[in-house]
Design a protein around this ligand. Structure first.
Ligand code: NAD
Ligand code: ZN
Length: 235
């Protein structure tokens, strides 16, 4: 029996893991996300100022998930397979708001920045699944009031989800793997330092600002490097 499999693993993914599935990252385009400045579409202030623009932006992102061309790639699938084989604690934390990890079959999965396919109501705080466009005057499925339904996305300046659970997992992690994330967005960029006893591995197309904090690097596209890393890990 291979005792290594009883160790605890935490995996953090970012926009880079979904890039080869056809969903664009943002830092790669001069800090723009699909031609928009982050402060115009991904802050509570932007939503208060121009709800129409913000709803339209997320409607397009949400609709893209229904495009038959957008599918989980070999990196998402390899992580789902690793979860099935792993005998220690396994936690996948994603900064992504797409649904590709779930579609690949991952289940010990936390969306720290929310999900495109969920919304919540500013009037009654009900959170629910939503796969259609959202209108600015959408009535809430739970309380019926209009105008308060927004994407269940963590915007800049808002508190990420599941942080207690994530910090507890990092504290006892034996492996910490960071995939396709720039290391620019906090608090996720600081996870590598909190995984104090873990062997730390970074998988990315290129070096990042936080590369020096890792023990090993797999440099290249996630769709080939993630399956390659997992094969080595299990051997
Ligand atoms: P980022 O856009 O800041 O950085 C992407 C990183 O992925 C870069 O380091 C880049 O070198 C790397 N990368 C690009 N293509 C890759 C590939 N094929 N293989 C391996 N690595 C690759 O992404 P971030 O650090 O996740 O921060 C972006 C924030 O924006 C997140 O918080 C997220 O919520 C949001 N966002 C989400 C999505 C999504 O859900 N798919 C897409 C864009 C932005
Ligand atoms: Zn409501």
């Amino acid at each position: 029996m291979d005792l290594r499999l009883f160790k605890n693993i935490v995996i953090l993914t970012g926009a880079g893991i979904s890039a080869e599935s056809g969903i664009r990252t943002f830092r790669d385009q001069d800090g723009l996300w699909e031609e928009h400045r982050i402060e115009d579409v991904a802050t509570p202030e932007a939503f208060a100022r121009d709800p129409k623009l913000v709803q339209r932006f997320y409607n397009l992102r949400r609709a893209q998930l229904k495009d038959p061309k957008i599918q989980p790639n070999p990196a998402h699938l390899a992580l789902a397979e690793l979860e099935r084989l792993w005998e220690g604690d396994f936690l996948l934390v994603t900064q992504n708001v797409d649904n590709l990890h779930r579609r690949a079959g991952s289940s010990h999965l936390l969306h720290m920045h929310g999900r495109l396919d969920k919304v919540f109501c500013l009037h009654c705080d009900e959170h629910y699944e939503w796969n259609e466009d959202l209108a600015v005057d959408q009535s809430c499925e739970a309380c019926g009031r209009k105008g308060g339904v927004r994407p269940d996305i963590v915007w800049f300046g808002e508190m990420p989800h599941h942080m207690e659970e994530i910090y507890a997992a990092l504290d006892k992690a034996d492996y910490f793997i960071s995939i396709g994330t720039s290391g620019n967005v906090h608090p996720a960029a600081g996870f590598v330092r909190l995984a104090w006893k873990a062997k730390k591995i970074e998988i990315n197309l290129k070096d990042t600002e936080i590369s020096p904090s890792f023990d090993a690097h797999f440099v290249g596209p996630a769709s080939t490097e993630v399956p390659r890393f997992i094969k080595e890990l299990l051997e």
